[in-house]
Design a protein around this ligand. Structure first.
Ligand code: F6P
Length: 548
């Protein structure tokens, strides 16, 4: 078992505890005015992404101590263990090899005596053939018509990744194919969709790593029943395909073995967009673009593996995140993509980071002595500015923000993109600088009889500033830059998991609710009024039974 000293026992952690006493007194305005090189010093580039981390409450010393902490936690060795296929997911005794999914065909990676790269590329070849047939119209539905609508039925990692990426890359989408994503067991989700699509021109992808997830199985059965209202069982193979690690369960569902796209237990659900779970994305943007998406992620992998920690973008993001979480008491991070097509990116990162590092014990089972993953949340700019940014500017909590923007748009509407970028840069500047009471007074109209009223407004109009942010820029949102962006956050999550000493690759926390839901589901459908729970749960079940 890999064991770590407790994070708080590391010499650099203790040095940071002493250092933060000074750092709490700093203001970002002063850090910028004291050092004209701050932007070039605290920015870095990799895999088509540019990271400006200068608007953070860090000095040279802070960064040096953070990099020492990373070294004390053996980040490089742990990273190499992941890439080489060591079984670092200890509670499930599994390797963690999403990075292999984007490795070139020419590489070799042996796991339990098997070259996984060959297996991966065999499935990629299968995806290529299939996607080309559907996109060209050669793959016909039961009436001989080409497919027009693709429905991905999955949840969590089998939904959030493909849904986010299809939306992000909609400029590259096939014009005949409309993508739909159904995840919720709430029938309103599937029902709303089924009313608007034609079963004869619809292709359903059942995407589930385990092929046992209640929500997905129920939606898949209902979609099957909807299809069979017109079609026959023998038509199913033209309209239903599956992506899973569970071949037996797929066969039982009645999917043609030819139409199964496998992946492996060493791919975590929230890291599976690079596997056959990305089938809907490959159908939408085409296989060449899907390959570019993989290549973008691979470029970030190479950077993560080879760059010195001091220039290593995922390591920098992770360390700065830890600085706020463990030394400056921030309990959440807001993600602000200034690109409408990245609107699902915050929810994607929620699963990636919170399911990975939302842990309370270390890998060896001992309770953590420091806070782990913060809450990840956010929405696209500029919408957030007119909703919750008020709290970010003047609320009582300091919430670091990750701004994400592209230099060029994927549309041709004049003026919009400059306005968007102006807002993005203005927000990070405002967070950083704030507005002092004297600046507020200087901006007030010439003093009148209402002078005392004007003075009473000063505290309301004052912004404390000193609110940190990162800004990630890329030339444009393309398959390659999206791949790199996702891989950046995957590796940030990995590094933070190593720093906190948790297993980032299991998710036992979701199990309890699943088991209890199964029991309650059978109680809701039975005739007896069970009395097995606390009074609240019993009361809620009774009310629901009376109404059902
Ligand atoms: O319940 C959580 C979870 O296991 C996620 O980790 C996963 O992405 C999701 O459910 C879906 O699981 P599956 O792909 O096996 O249906």
């Amino acid at each position: 078992m890999i064991s770590h000293a407790d994070l708080t026992a590391q010499a650099s952690f203790q040095a940071l505890q002493a250092h933060v006493i000074d750092a709490r007194a700093w203001h970002l305005r002063d850090l910028f005015s004291q050092d004209s090189n701050r932007f070039s010093k605290f920015s870095t580039e990799a895999a088509g992404l540019f990271l400006d981390y200068s608007k953070n409450r860090v000095s040279d010393t802070t960064m040096q101590l953070l990099f020492s902490l990373a070294r004390e936690r053996a980040i490089e060795a742990r990273r190499d263990a992941m890439f080489s296929g060591e079984k670092i997911n200890l509670t499930e005794q599994r390797a963690v090899l999403h990075t292999a999914l984007r490795a070139p065909r020419t590489t070799t990676l042996m796991l339990d005596g098997q070259n996984v790269i060959a297996d991966i590329h065999a499935v990629l070849d299968q995806m290529k053939t299939f996607t080309e047939r559907v996109r060209s119209g050669q793959w016909a539905g039961r009436t001989g018509e080409a497919i027009t609508d693709i429905v991905n039925i999955g949840i969590g990692g089998s939904d959030l990744g493909p849904k986010m990426a299809c939306q992000a890359l909609r400029s590259f989408a096939h014009p005949r194919l409309t993508m739909h994503f159904v995840s919720n067991v709430d029938g309103h989700d599937l029902d709303a969709l089924l009313q608007n699509i034609n079963p004869d021109t619809t292709l359903v992808i059942i995407a589930s790593k385990t092929f046992t997830t209640l929500e997905t199985m129920m939606n898949a059965q209902s979609a099957r029943a909807w299809f069979l209202r017109n079609g026959n069982e023998s038509d199913l193979p033209k309209h239903f395909v599956a992506v899973s690690t569970n071949t037996e369960a797929i066969k039982k569902f009645g999917i043609d073995p030819e139409n199964m796209f496998p992946f492996w237990d060493w791919v975590g659900g929230r890291y599976s967009i690079w596997s056959a779970i990305g089938l809907s994305l490959a159908l939408s943007i085409g296989f060449e673009n899907f390959n570019r998406f993989l290549a973008g992620a691979h470029a970030m992998d190479r950077h993560f593996q080879s760059a010195r920690l001091e220039q290593n973008m995922p390591v920098i993001l992770a360390l700065i995140g830890l600085w706020y979480r463990n030394f400056l008491d921030s309990s959440s991070i807001s993600i602000a993509p200034y690109h409408q097509d990245l609107r699902y990116f915050p929810s994607y990162l929620q699963q990636l980071e919170m399911e990975s590092n939302g842990k309370r014990v270390a890998s060896d089972g001992t309770p953590l002595s420091v806070a782990s993953c913060p809450v990840i949340w956010g929405d696209v700019g500029t919408n957030g500015q007119h909703a919750y940014f008020q709290l970010l500017h003047q609320g009582t909590d300091v919430i670091p923000v990750d701004f994400i923007a592209t230099l060029k748009p994927n549309h041709a509407l004049p003026g919009h993109h400059a306005a968007l970028l102006a807002n993005c840069f203005a927000q990070s500047e405002a967070f950083m600088r704030g507005k002092t009471a004297d600046e507020v007074r200087a901006d007030m109209p010439a003093k009148t009889a209402a002078e005392s009223d004007a003075e009473s407004l000063v505290p309301h109009k004052t912004f404390p500033g000193n609110r940190p942010s990162n800004t990630i820029l890329m030339d444009a949102l393309t398959p390659a830059t999206l791949g790199a962006l996702i891989a950046l956050y995957e590796h940030k999550t990995f590094v933070q998991g190593v720093l906190w000493g948790v297993n980032s690759f299991d998710q036992w926390g979701v199990e309890l609710g699943k088991i209890l839901a199964k029991n309650i589901q059978s109680e809701l459908s039975g005739t007896a009024y069970p009395d097995l729970h606390d009074s609240s749960t019993n009361g809620l079940i009774a009310r629901a039974k009376a109404a059902l």
